[in-house]
Design a protein around this ligand. Structure first.
Ligand code: CO
Length: 134
């Protein structure tokens, strides 16, 4: 059911420093930082030949990644995102199999302007898992 790895998201305390690391040390193509107030994060996308890395810095008082950075102050891998053809069909299949969808279960428009859902890490090998309709 899952398709391509769309991105790996890394939460960071300082997105400018993280972007500089990817651009200058790792030699990657790095986007400008974009504030996403609806999602409580600032994002930078790093284009790799086969996938993307999404850097996330908390934005605002109740950012969904604030707790994560309290536990991992220097940053760390936050989630992986897999592409699916039909996000509602994927959700229904996963819920029928006992997986938990985070939130109200309805897809939201994600940072790339496409419908996304997040699945509970306890159901997926300890890894917060995002599905994006590609
Ligand atoms: Co993501």
């Amino acid at each position: 059911m899952i398709g391509r790895l769309n991105h790996v998201a890394i939460a960071v305390p300082d997105i400018a420093a993280a972007a500089a690391t990817y651009r200058d040390t790792l030699g990657a193509t790095v986007s400008e930082a974009v504030e996403q107030p609806d999602h409580g994060v600032t994002t930078v996308f790093i284009e790799l030949p086969n996938t993307k890395i999404e850097l996330l810095e908390p934005l605002g008082a109740d950012s969904p990644i604030a707790k994560f950075l309290e536990k991992s102050p220097s940053g760390g891998m936050h989630h992986v995102c897999y592409e699916v053809d039909d996000i509602r069909a994927a959700r229904d299949r996963l819920v029928a199999a006992g997986a938990r969808v985070i939130g109200d279960g309805e897809p939201k428009i994600g940072a790339h302007g496409k419908p996304v859902l997040f699945l509970h890490p306890k159901d997926f090998c300890g890894t917060l898992t995002e599905l994006e309709e590609a």
